[in-house]
Design a protein around this ligand. Structure first.
Ligand code: DX5
Ligand code: ZN
Length: 220
């Protein structure tokens, strides 16, 4: 079984001590940096943008996983490639021509991800799954950190796993929102490959240990 990945979400970091928090992730057992970009239109919140991402990538030594919660993401594909994104995830609900968007992301040398809101059924990916490197299942409604995990996520992960197997697709499954030590194992047992964790990591008193615990729970 391939190793399960942990992606701390920088949204929950201390922005007054951003370099310190980025170095903590570098030093930890985490695998990816998860970067949430929100535009105040697709989601009812604005997070941070290009200058902050530039500051993060200056110090980050791990895979940069960018989650775009913005309308019409095609406008910014080149920008995020130039900023050092390794994976660029767009929302299914924000793309009129998803297939074209995925090709454009790959043409810039990045892995292509598609995120699904909690209300969006897995079967919308039936015709694109073979073109998707990572499907990000939102386990909260996007826009804010620190929300409670939606239990129906387990069913969605299992459905997606079945679709991926049926289509013989190479796609990884990422879960984002409300991830803690309490749901991590069941998510992995359901078929998840990558777990994003924001407030659970950054609000803990020992962040390195919290990441290490998540890593061992998911890989035991
Ligand atoms: C929510 C973001 C998440 C968020 C997760 O819209 O996509 O990545 O940072 O935060 P927690 O882990 O606190 O739910
Ligand atoms: Zn996210």
């Amino acid at each position: 079984m391939s190793s399960k990945l942990i992606a701390p979400s920088i949204l929950a970091a201390d922005f007054g001590n951003l370099q310190r928090d980025v170095e903590m992730v570098n030093k930890s057992e985490a695998d990816w940096f998860h970067i949430d970009i929100m535009d105040g239109v697709f989601v009812p919140n604005i997070s941070y943008g290009m200058p902050v991402l530039k500051a993060i990538t200056k110090h980050a030594k791990k895979t940069i996983d960018v989650h775009l919660m913005i309308v019409d993401p095609d406008r910014y594909i080149k920008t995020f490639a130039n900023l050092g994104s390794d994976i660029l995830t767009v929302h299914f609900e924000a793309c009129t021509h998803l297939h074209r968007t995925l090709q454009a992301i790959k043409a810039e040398g990045m892995k292509a991800g598609v995120a699904l809101n909690p209300h969006t059924n897995i079967n919308v990916l039936e015709d694109t799954i073979n073109d998707i490197d990572v499907v990000l299942i939102m386990s909260v409604n996007p826009g804010f950190g620190g929300q409670s995990f939606i239990e129906n996520t387990y069913n969605k992960v299992k459905q997606l796993k079945t679709l991926i197997a049926r289509k013989k697709a190479p796609t990884l499954i990422e879960i984002d929102g409300g991830v803690t030590q309490n749901n991590a194992k069941e998510l992995v047992n359901s078929g998840a490959d990558i777990l994003v964790a924001g407030s659970y990591v950054f609000n803990s008193s020992n962040q390195l240990k919290t990441i290490s615990d998540l890593k061992s729970i998911t890989n035991s």
